[in-house]
Each structure stands twice: as structure tokens, then as C-alpha cells.
Design a protein around this ligand. Structure first.
Ligand SMILES: N[C@@H](CCC[C@H](N)C(=O)O)C(=O)O
Length: 281
């Protein structure tokens, strides 16, 4: 099978993009193919795959609102599982649309996702995405080996458990799935470990559902921003959003909680390679 592909990343959260405008190349992406592509030794290597498909060319839940979104981000984790949303991914996806001339460079870009439409705008060399509203839930426990921490449930399009730690090194190598309460997270969860680094400034590591430890996670940074703001007693005013700097192993993201209770994620997003492949696995 001869396939077009691109590689991109946002703060080293890396993705293979598969252009499939009319949904004729990949159809319903095969999870085994996705997992093989993402494998770091046997494949191209990535934290996830994004099929770039026209919204009208993909079968979606009729209840999903994709108004005004010509393009749909069909997102898969490295193990082939589907996720609703990816904050770094949607910015890399927008970068591709811009570079490929598939959208108006002057206008906000509306991208369909399984968490609804996300709107991406340019901010100098970086890309900002309005992630929409969020929900905050209960506190439960996450564990790594013998260590246990309280973690705040935050949904930013997908589920997150945010644990404050003394130092992100406390979470250890994160080679295995950390423990979590499956009653709270029946669909699995992305787990963030957060340390304080200054005023409105934190560092985090993440173990992503379906991908393992990654160098960054945009929805995770958003969940961390909210959990930290709540812990700080900070909330937005009509004129001034709450803004946090979130350092990740792969770089720096900024998260804003705006007066309309949306989260906005800002950071770098780049395409680093493209080509045609004959997939032989
Ligand atoms: N890296 C992404 C999140 C990708 C999906 C996640 N692993 C899940 O299963 O929910 C991001 O930047 O948000």
C-alpha cells in the first residue's frame, strides 16, 4: 500500500499524520496498523496517529456537532485506541492544514474532533487552540509502585487525573501503567504528576492512556492548569484570564482559563518530515 505521511510534533508529543481527504485511503483505521506505525523500534515511531479527513467523509455519531469544520482530526493513540481529543495533536493538525494550503491562513481554523469543534489561531510562531469548557470531578488515588498520591479528576475533552508531587522525579521511570481508580475512570485515564516551579509556573510529567509516558500532553497541560488554579484559589475575571506556564519534558506550553470558562492552550507545533511510504509490515 502506497501511503502519504507526515511527521510532526508539539513540544515533542509526536504524531504521524495520514492525509486521507476523501476517506478512501484508510477508511476505518486499523488499530494494528496504527500500533505498528507508532512502534519506536519496528515502525516510524510516534505517540499517536492523526488521519486528516474531510468531516463529510467520515462516519460520526450524528449527535456530534461539527458545524463549520471542513476537516476532522481522526485521532488514535499509539496502541491503536481512539481518543476524543489531543491538544498538541490538534495544533500540529492545524499546522499541516496551513502549510498544505488547505485553509485560509488569515482566518481561525475550525477542526472537528470527537470532543466537538476546536478553533485554532496563530500566535506568532506558535498556535493557540480554544479547547472549550472543562469539568472538574472528585479526588481519588493514583499509585506508582509503593507510592500513592491524591489526584484531581479533570476532563478536558478526555479524562485526566492530576497529582501534585514534591518533584516530578518522584513518579519514577513510568514504564508501567500507574494505578488508578477504575470506578472513577472506567474508560482509562491520562495521569499528570505536577511540581511547583514558581508563581503561575509548574512542571509536569504525564503517562498517557494508550501511549505510555510521553514528552508532553496538551489536554494534560490544560487539566494541570485548572487543577493548579483551583489549588491556588485563582479564577479569571472578565478582563484577565488565569494563565499558567506548564513546562513539560519536551518544552513549554501556556494554558489560559478564560472568563467564559474555556481553556486555551498555546505552544509550538511543527511538521518535520513528509513522504510516501510503501507499508510492508
Ligand atoms: N497527547 C494528547 C492526548 C492524546 C490522547 C490521550 N492519550 C487519551 O487517550 O485521552 C494531548 O496533547 O492532549
Amino acid at each position: 500500500m502506497d501511503v502519504s505521511w507526515l511527521k510532526g510534533h508539539g513540544t515533542e508529543n509526536d504524531f504521524v499524520l495520514l492525509p486521507d481527504p476523501d476517506g478512501r485511503v484508510h477508511g476505518d483505521l486499523d488499530p494494528a496498523f496504527v500500533a505498528a506505525l507508532c512502534h519506536r523500534r519496528r515502525g516510524l515511531g510516534a505517540d499517536g496517529v492523526m488521519r486528516v479527513v474531510r468531516t463529510e467523509a467520515i462516519d460520526l455519531d450524528p449527535a456530534l456537532d461539527t458545524t463549520g469544520a471542513e476537516w476532522f482530526m481522526d485521532y488514535r493513540n499509539a496502541d491503536g485506541s481512539v481518543s476524543e481529543m489531543c491538544g498538541n495533536g490538534v495544533r500540529v493538525f492545524a499546522r499541516y492544514l496551513l502549510e498544505a494550503g488547505l485553509v485560509d491562513v488569515e482566518a481561525p481554523i475550525r477542526i472537528g474532533t470527537r470532543d466537538g469543534v476546536k478553533v485554532v489561531t496563530r500566535a506568532g510562531d506558535e498556535l493557540r487552540v480554544d479547547m472549550g469548557p472543562f469539568q472538574v470531578g472528585d479526588v481519588s488515588e493514583v499509585t506508582v509502585g509503593q507510592h500513592a498520591w491524591k489526584a484531581r479528576e479533570v476532563h478536558t475533552g478526555n479524562p485526566h487525573a492530576v497529582a501534585f508531587v514534591d518533584t516530578v522525579a518522584d513518579a519514577g521511570p513510568l514504564l508501567d501503567q500507574p494505578g488508578y481508580d477504575a470506578g472513577v475512570y472506567p474508560e482509562g485515564v491520562n495521569i499528570e504528576f505536577v511540581e511547583r516551579r514558581g508563581d503561575r509556573h509548574v512542571g509536569m510529567r504525564v503517562h498517557e492512556r494508550g501511549s505510555g509516558e510521553t514528552r508532553s500532553c496538551g489536554t494534560g497541560a490544560c487539566a494541570v492548569g485548572v487543577a493548579t488554579a483551583l489549588a491556588d484559589g485563582a479564577s479569571p475575571t472578565a478582563d484577565v484570564p488565569v494563565r499558567y506556564r506548564v513546562d513539560v519534558p519536551g518544552g513549554t506550553l501556556h494554558v489560559e482559563w478564560t472568563a467564559d470558562d474555556h481553556l486555551v492552550l498555546e505552544g509550538p507545533a511543527v511538521i518535520v518530515a513528509s513522504g510516501q511510504m510503501e507499508w510492508r509490515a
